[in-house]
Write a protein that binds this ligand. Structure first.
Ligand code: GLC
Length: 648
């Protein structure tokens, strides 16, 4: 192994810090240097200047480590000692837009009591860094990574907010939009002005020959509103790779300078108190001709570099992969086998999310069971982000092309689901809308808030009490599924009070062209007041969510280290999974149909229960005889009641 660095080069960086800071840093560097160097070598080892780039990465780590604030060092230590902190059953996540939830960063602090009322311990703020003017994909087109969106405040406000959240037991998660910048980012501006150094930050092509060859195998993300993957820049007389919108320029990670920039941005944000990074659109970070340019091995090497540098400079911090992929690729982002502990700590379980919606529409859980069984168990130090929906559409492609989906009807099934949630079928209770469908591409995604997609909004509008009850049950069923599943469950802002679709986006020019704004409503704090009313629809929903949160926090066995195994319930309408680990075992049963269902008592054998079971959700103990009965859309989290474990 080449000498990594002369430790003397750290003298200046650590000159004004206590000696201990440098010792800790050098210790970590020594310990983790191979975890940093190996993926760097896989990515850039062929280059003659490899040593230079490795040194640059180490310098970035050293400079961040020298600047890390005392409070965050304390956090680093705590988290190293309690490495499972994010896997515990008391973790509850919430995700929101700063402006839509509170106004600005300062006002988010004022909403901490609300978050605590709900039991939140993890807050993902959707993009807060300075975006391009005008259209910016909800902030996912960043013009300056070192400035906060001026509407939301300044970097110091972010530091303050992170500290306040931390003091209240809430970890701050921010997006690191690492796949692309805005076309108005300084690097892009310099590239347009002809600076070759910055042109090398992007993927540029002088003519269509290579873009056309890539297009033959690469899918389109927004086939309706941004077809194709390349955008012509008249300034450079070149085609730029733009996976998403034309104003989002994909970064070229085969240039190590790009990686160094992004690592430095990440560590500076970590030093402001960010505890989790949501690595946006990671699957697209490496391109290879002849492939679909997603999930390339180099993407995993890049993530391993991100992880290693955090271990060295800010070990309290977690990485979360936003990898919206099919089951075949999903778990790899959490590291499998030899790369366990080397990639992301967290990953969105988009397959579960999409399968939940499929099961709810069909009232049948066969497909979900079969598809989840194909996903390998994840490493012990990782966890899923389990969620019902997020700010993006429900992307049906997560199920596409898998054997279970083909068996269940393939494309026709996906089309049926898309139509169901767009309210086009007689059987539908949903009022969503299809996203990015075109004549030659009739299934893509579905938009709509949780309340709209479950029939809650419409029932409330009509004042139909029976339907409100049904819709509330559907929502709580979905929450019970994700709260039990393992990992950090994520509530999307407003869903807990049944926020309806927001049609007003059509009147805002930067949003009108993107149907996802339908399900990104502003928080209606007046409506939220109704959560205190025990008889209002919102009040009953909110209380139901709170009840599940409390149950989840108390059910220690739901810790993310417990395995999650899909179990046979003998009833196609009832989904079952067993969580089993060092803290006990919980059997989750969930009835996805509008009729009462029964499950044979033998199902409880999996818990090793001979007599009594305790249901964490209802807080009751029972002695089921021949069968267990589940009301419409009901769920149970069953654990052997005290003294009734037969030890199997
Ligand atoms: C992620 C975001 C999505 C955005 C895209 C491009 O998928 O969740 O909202 O459009 O990345 O940044």
């Amino acid at each position: 192994m080449a000498p990594l660095t002369s430790f003397a080069s750290f003298d200046a960086l650590f000159a004004d810090t206590p000696a201990e800071y440098r010792q800790v840093f050098e210790g970590r560097l020594e310990h983790f240097r191979s975890q940093l160097e190996a993926p760097m070598r896989r990515l850039y080892g062929e280059r003659e200047d490899f040593d230079h780039w490795l040194q640059r990465v180490v310098d970035v780590a050293a400079s961040a480590a020298a600047e890390r604030h005392h409070d965050l060092r304390v956090l680093d230590r705590q988290r190293l000692e309690e490495a499972d902190w994010f896997q515990r059953s008391d973790m509850i996540g919430y995700t929101c837009y700063v402006d839509r939830f509170a106004g600005d960063l300062g006002k988010v602090v004022e909403k901490i009591p609300y978050l605590k009322e709900l039991g939140v311990t993890y807050l993902h703020l959707l993009p807060v860094l300075a975006p391009r003017e005008g259209e910016n994909d909800g902030g996912y087109a960043i013009a300056d990574y070192r400035r906060i969106n001026p509407q939301f405040g300044a970097m110091e406000d972010l530091r303050w907010l992170a500290g306040e959240l931390r003091r209240n037991g809430i970890s701050l998660c921010l997006d690191l939009v690492c796949n692309h910048t805005a076309d108005t980012h300084d690097w892009a501006i310099k590239a347009k002005a002809g600076e070759s150094r910055y042109q090398d930050y992007y993927h540029l092509f002088p003519d269509r020959s290579l873009p056309d060859r890539f297009e033959a195998t690469v899918a389109e993300l927004f086939p309706q509103s941004a077809p194709g993957n390349f955008t012509y820049s008249s300034e450079m007389e070149a085609w730029v790779w733009t996976t998403f919108y034309g104003y989002q320029w994909d970064l070229n990670y085969s240039n190590p300078a790009v990686l160094v920039e992004m690592l430095s941005i990440m560590l500076d944000l970590a030093n402001l108190g960010v505890e989790v990074f949501r690595l946006d659109a990671v699957i697209y970070m490496w391109k290879r001709l002849g492939t679909d340019c997603t999930n390339q091995p180099e993407v995993h090497s890049l993530l391993q570099v991100f992880r290693a540098i955090l271990k060295i400079a800010a070990p309290a911090v977690l990485l979360k992969a936003e990898a919206m992929v099919t089951p075949q690729h999903l778990a790899k982002y959490l590291g499998l086998g030899e790369s366990a502990d080397l990639e992301c700590h967290l990953g969105y379980h988009n397959v579960l999310m999409v399968a939940l919606w499929a099961s709810l529409a069909k009232g049948d859980v066969t497909l979900m069971g079969e598809i989840l069984r194909t996903i390998p168990p994840i490493p012990a130090g990782t966890a899923w982000i389990s969620y019902i929906r997020c700010h993006d559409d429900i992307g049906w492609s997560a199920l596409e092309g898998t054997e279970p989906t083909e068996k269940a009807g393939g494309h026709d099934l996906l089309k049926e689901l898309s139509d169901f949630y767009a309210g086009k079928l007689d059987s539908s209770f949903a009022a969503g809308r299809s996203f990015q469908v075109a004549p030659e591409h009739d299934v893509h995604g579905t938009n709509g808030t949780l309340a709209a997609l479950t029939g809650f909004s419409e029932a409330v509008r009509l004042g139909d009490k029976a339907e409100i009850d049904f819709a509330t049950r559907r929502i709580l069923l979905l929450y019970a599924m994700i709260f039990g599943f393992g990992g950090i469950p994520l509530i999307y802002m407003g869903d807990e009070i049944g926020a309806p679709n927001d049609e007003t986006y059509r009147g805002r020019s930067a949003e009108a062209g993107d149907g996802r704004w339908l399900h990104r409503p502003f928080m209606d704090w007046d409506a939220a007041e109704a959560r205190h009313g025990p008889t209002t629809a919102q009040g009953r929903l909110f209380a139901g969510v709170q009840r599940l949160v409390k149950a989840r926090k108390s059910a220690f066995a739901l810790h993310a280290q417990a395995s999650t195994r899909v179990v046979e319930t003998g009833n196609d309408h009832v989904f079952g999974y067993l969580r089993r680990g060092a803290r006990g075992a919980v059997l989750v049963l969930a009835n996805f149909s509008a009729q009462p269902q029964t499950v044979a008592r033998a199902c409880l054998d999996q818990l090793g229960v001979s007599r009594q079971v305790y249901d964490w959700i209802s807080g009751t103990t029972s002695c089921p005889d021949d069968s267990l009965c589940l009301e419409p859309y009901d769920s149970l989290w069953l654990e052997a009641a005290n003294g009734d474990e037969t030890g199997t």
